[in-house]
Design a protein around this ligand. Sequence first.
Ligand SMILES: NC(=O)c1ccc[n+]([C@@H]2O[C@H](COP(=O)([O-])OP(=O)(O)OC[C@H]3O[C@@H](n4cnc5c(N)ncnc54)[C@H](OP(=O)(O)O)[C@@H]3O)[C@@H](O)[C@H]2O)c1
Length: 257
Amino acid sequence: MLKDKVAIVTGATSGIGAATARLFAESGAKVMMSGRNVERGKVCMDAAREAAGEGGEAAFLAGDVADSGFCDRLVAAAVERFGRLDILVNNAGVIHRTGILETTDADWLEAMAINVNALFFLSRAAIRQMKEQGAGGAIVNVSSEWGVAGAHGHIAYGASKGAVVNFTRSLALDHAADGIRVNCLCPGEVRTPMLEGGAKSRFGDVEGGLAKLSENIPMRRISDPIEQARAIRFLASDESSYMTGSIVVNDGGNTAG
Ligand SMILES: NC(=O)c1ccc[n+]([C@@H]2O[C@H](COP(=O)([O-])OP(=O)(O)OC[C@H]3O[C@@H](n4cnc5c(N)ncnc54)[C@H](OP(=O)(O)O)[C@@H]3O)[C@@H](O)[C@H]2O)c1
């Protein structure tokens, strides 16, 4: 499905990003993975390499996507290693589980730096490259169900994920005529270290907390990261060739009501 495509996946050292990089490699893409944790990065890169189908490959570059210079280097590294860039998945993200009175300046700025600024830095570098190649491209931004609905008790996260939704639409309009499609995935609850951390802090233990969270989801279960990865692959591939500026919710029905 992604044969010979070159993709960057951020936040590929854990959760949704690791599953996406693996699925992309398995689908024939050459994947430049990134994250800050070198040890987990190596484990996830090895898993992607093992899954790689015909033509699939994986490499890893460690760094902080809140740093504009690193984002430029990440795009340059993908091009240097694999010769071009077709797909950018802006997936890295952080969460602060606080309302406005408990949110520090540092927390707010960190949420904006990683969840919003990084998308600007990386998309700018990617679009420069894609335009130079002249063959279009696809950008998939990972927001959240809380990008399209209020996030009770998560003020910085909710604001940042809402920004991702409208960043997607605006960027899509600017580059539709270049053949560069920009779409957004809004996951619901997904079993990753991010959600497990939330379940533990809210309910005291991970399994009990996840069971409690499941009770309130119309489908009565938490999503597996692969279910998000498949939706990301769809938005990144030619299967979604007429979609741009789309906000795709993948949440077991959470925001349907
Ligand atoms: N899990 C959910 O229920 C859920 C629901 C809706 C939306 N989402 C969104 O889905 C995306 C992935 O979340 P996840 O659940 O897979 O989270 P996760 O398991 O906590 O993984 C987050 C990833 O982001 C990377 N990252 C964070 N800050 C970074 C930085 N400054 N520079 C580079 N990489 C950074 C982490 O890399 P290192 O650890 O190596 O730094 C890690 O690979 C996020 O945007 C999140 O908001 C998740």
